[in-house]
Design a protein around this ligand. Structure first.
Ligand code: 6U4
Ligand code: NA
Ligand code: NA
Length: 159
């Protein structure tokens, strides 16, 4: 790995109803996959500001209690550029989730998360996130982004 891009990923939870808000990505990296909201951190903003902005841009909601829960590094076969993805949870928000040019938001029961339509790493760390466990992971993907060739997970994270 010679460099990495800094990205965010935000998962919106309704704990009372045990539902998670996910979106079908309509364009760009990971198109067609169901995923959380997020994107590249821009110059002049903090990582958390980037996360808030992406949630507003992609689902038209404003996070109230955004909390960082994990960091994942993604690398790809035959690609020198890695992705460092900072993952946040918000359980409270303002406004109504709305379909945008980039994402179509939908609520899923915790017991019915569509892992087969998601990135292959998600089934590893989303259960931890739902259980309020912090995590750091590294997932090395095949060139076609379908298979995790190598993974390393650490859940012994302190404040
Ligand atoms: P543009 O279209 O240039 O504005 P932007 O919204 O800034 O793009 P985008 O959509 O390329 O960024 O960001 C990719 C999103 O995919 C980020 O939220 C991180 C997420 N992501 C990347 N690899 C992932 C993986 N293996 N598992 C996962 N999310 C991943 O759950
Ligand atoms: Na995005
Ligand atoms: Na962006």
């Amino acid at each position: 790995i010679t460099s990495s891009k800094l990205l965010t990923l935000i998962l919106v939870l309704n704990e009372r109803e045990q539902k998670i808000l996910l979106g079908m990505k309509k364009r760009g990296f990971g198109v067609g996959k169901i995923n959380g909201f997020g994107g590249k951190v821009e110059a002049g903003e903090t990582i958390e500001e980037g996360a808030r902005r992406e949630l507003l841009e992609e689902a038209e909601i404003e996070a109230i209690d955004m909390t960082k829960v994990g960091i994942n590094m993604f690398t790809f076969e035959n690609d020198p550029v890695g992705l460092e993805v900072h993952i946040y949870v918000t359980k409270e928000f303002k406004r109504t989730p709305t379909e945008t040019e980039e994402m179509k938001p939908e609520w899923y029961n915790y017991s019915d998360i569509p892992y087969s339509q998601m990135w292959a790493d998600d089934k590893v760390w989303i259960p931890l996130l739902l259980n309020n466990t912090r995590f750091m992971g590294h997932y090395h993907f095949s060139q076609d982004q379908a298979t995790v060739l190598y993974e390393k997970l650490n859940t012994s994270i302190r404040d």
